[in-house]
Design a protein around this ligand. Sequence first.
Ligand SMILES: [Zn+2]
Length: 200
Amino acid sequence: MELEVGGRVTVRQGAVVGGGPWTPGQVGEIVATEMIDGPSGPLVSYRVHFGDWFDTPGVVRTYRFLEDHLDALVVVLSERESADLAVVRSALAAVVPDLERELGRPASARADNYGDGVRLAIEGAWQEPFQHSRNDEEAVKQEIADFVQSILGRDGVWPVCRAHDFGLHPDLIDGVAVWRCRYADHSVARVGELDADNHP
Ligand SMILES: [Zn+2]
């Protein structure tokens, strides 16, 4: 077994850790390695991506539940929320109300760590990794709104400007993410603040 980025590791026994409980035989991929301060000195930490189990915020944990392994093996099941992830999660929370008003129900939407970046899952559609403007929450709102529009726009135009019966697009105006009507070049609402009039 290769203990390098790209290497596969297998759960040896069930253990309630991070996003667990884990299933014996479950396979993960090492996506990053780094040196960390262990209880008795420096250790190599392996960050392992177990597919959908990787989204739970957590801490550096666990030894010895992967087969064939060194006592010193430490798996970072998921990191503390990075500043980058915090910006994306905050922006996502701001955008989701537009999506939920359109769906008429709670939306499935989440952001989590992915390799050295962030990934986004909205209503079963993924951006992995999610390429975004770092540390500019309004710009990230615009980028997420664009993704939401690509999902909801599959079945037609969404959202619309009722004044001009024209499709809206997310834009960044004076540093603020807004839904923009290009027909008359005006902002209809901040991203996340559409109302029923903007449904097609
Ligand atoms: Zn308009």
